[in-house]
Design a protein around this ligand. Structure first.
Ligand SMILES: *[C@@H]1O[C@H](CO)[C@@H](O)[C@H](O)[C@H]1NC(C)=O
Ligand SMILES: *[C@@H]1O[C@H](CO)[C@@H](O)[C@H](O)[C@H]1NC(C)=O
Ligand SMILES: *[C@@H]1O[C@H](CO)[C@@H](O)[C@H](O)[C@H]1NC(C)=O
Ligand SMILES: *[C@@H]1O[C@H](CO)[C@@H](O)[C@H](O)[C@H]1NC(C)=O
Length: 431
């Protein structure tokens, strides 16, 4: 999905270095991300969240969205070689003494639930990362990037780590459909997430990031939690943190507990039964594309609504790294038909409706085994402007036959990602 266009990156096609100095923000604390107002970001932006999802999955960008966002494809590139270090690290493995088979970290929503960030300790330095079940690279802002690119970001400094070791001749590139992305070199370091530790985890260090990452000052990098088959390190593909830590976990799984406007958690190695109601349903995943993917055929509007057919052969992925829920055109039209005043708004590139709408719940089929309830209140994503009259929908259509079920889905559902038997456990959140 993410094409490897490294050559383009380094040949300077992304060269114009646009150093629009981002707002200087305070560094964030260890366990909580302060909600610092970014003057350039007036609350949540629906079109911005949508365009980010389109980029990530290489989907064609509709003209309306591009117009709504202005010119947003500009990228910055810089390349700096880093000092080799001679420190040796044990082979990939687990710090048995520190790991009781589980690890728990908080997941704090940034900018009103646009991203959930969780603290990760890399070689003794704590950095808040976006845990992303829709990609498989662990990459970080670091001291190889120049000040203009890193202002407002937490930055990992490999030279301050006792355990960092550069990997020779390895590089990585995440290239999005519109030319934005990130790229860099690779080392290993000790990575500790709430006590679950990998001693030689591949940590990808950005030497080039596009402007959209520069501007997103709360995001200091990603921690990919999809399957290692789509990790982008070349020539030696690397394993995700989850794949490395799995053999040592009490149970081979992690859970995502993301809440609307509240601190949630990612937990490795155990399922906290107090977080959901009823029994968990286990859905087999199809990981041939490297995602936590399942089929979805039907939907209903309202908990007691009649079942309606969605897209034929519908496929969806559970993606904590995407904000919105992108589903089929069938679901989008069937759902918003029940919302008076809802319409596809070409000016902002998605469906909008009056902000005072009373939104029904949306029920989505998961592999014929489970109906996931998306709360209507979570589908009101954000006002499109300061008047607060018209709102952008949290449920939008995917332009390709792959639905991306992002954080709007996770707000209603507690989800376990089981790497032992490649299943997803789903249950409704306990209140
Ligand atoms: C690293 O090791 C190389 C070869 O063993 C040596 O030449 C070099 O001086 C060492 N560098 C440092 C900083 O110790
Ligand atoms: C393992 O974890 C313990 C406790 O955090 C720490 O004291 C020790 O240095 C770690 N060992 C290694 C090899 O990282
Ligand atoms: C798994 O996903 C791939 C790619 O989307 C698809 O071609 C294949 O038919 C799927 N397999 C099953 C059993 O659904
Ligand atoms: C997968 O593992 C979970 C948790 O261990 C278990 O409850 C479930 O039955 C398993 N599902 C399948 C299909 O093997």
């Amino acid at each position: 999905m993410q094409s490897i266009v490294r050559a383009l990156l380094f040949c300077g096609l992304l060269a114009p270095f646009v150093a629009a100095a981002p707002q200087k923000l305070q560094k964030r604390g260890v366990f909580k991300v302060e909600r610092v107002k970014n003057e350039k970001f007036t609350g949540r932006s629906g079109p911005k969240a949508l365009i980010k999802a389109y980029r990530k999955f290489g989907m064609p960008l509709p003209q309306g969205l591009l117009d709504a966002m202005g010119n947003s494809g500009t990228s910055s590139v810089q390349s700096v070689s880093i000092q080799e270090t001679n420190i040796t690290v044990p082979a990939a493995g687990i710090n048995e003494t520190a790991t009781p088979g589980t690890g728990l970290v908080t997941a704090t929503p940034e900018a009103n639930d646009v991203e959930y960030l969780a603290p990760v300790n890399i070689g003794g330095q704590t950095i808040n990362l976006d845990f992303d079940s829709g990609s498989s690279d662990l990459w970080v802002f670091n001291t190889q990037l120049d000040a203009a690119s890193t202002t407002g970001h937490q930055v990992y400094d490999p030279s301050l780590s006792q355990s960092f070791q550069l990997m020779q001749d390895q590089s990585w590139t995440i290239q999005y459909g519109d030319g934005s992305g990130a790229a860099g070199n690779v080392g290993t370091d000790v990575v500790d997430i709430g006590g679950a530790t990998v001693t030689a985890q591949a940590v990808e260090l950005a030497t080039a990031v596009s402007q959209s990452f520069v501007d997103d000052t709360a995001n200091n990098g990603l921690l990919g939690l999809a399957f290692s088959s789509i990790n982008t390190v070349q020539p030696q593909q690397q394993k995700t943190f989850f794949d490395n830590v799995m053999p040592d976990l009490a149970e081979p799984l992690f859970t995502a507990d993301l809440r609307a406007n509240a601190v949630g958690a990612y937990e490795f190695g155990r399922i906290d039964n107090t977080k959901f109601t009823g029994d968990m349903t286990w859905i087999p995943v199809n990981n041939t594309q490297g995602f936590w993917q399942f089929s979805t055929d039907t939907f209903a509007v309202g908990a007691d609504g009649a079942s309606q057919p969605g897209a034929a052969g519908g496929q969806a992925i559970a993606d904590t790294g995407t904000t919105l829920l992108l589903t089929s055109a069938e679901v989008v039209s069937g759902y918003y038909q029940q919302v008076p005043g809802a319409a596809n708004n070409a000016e902002v590139g998605g469906v909008t409706f009056p902000c005072d709408s009373d939104l029904p719940d949306l029920m989505l089929d998961v592999s014929g085994m489970y109906m996931a309830k998306i709360k209507g209140s979570d589908i009101n994503f954000a006002a499109i402007d300061n008047t607060g009259t018209e709102c952008f929908g949290g449920v939008q259509s995917s332009p390709v036959n792959l639905q991306i079920w992002g954080d709007i889905f996770f707000k209603s559902q507690f989800v376990a990602f089981n790497g032992g038997n490649n299943t997803l456990g789903m249950a409704e959140h306990a209140v």
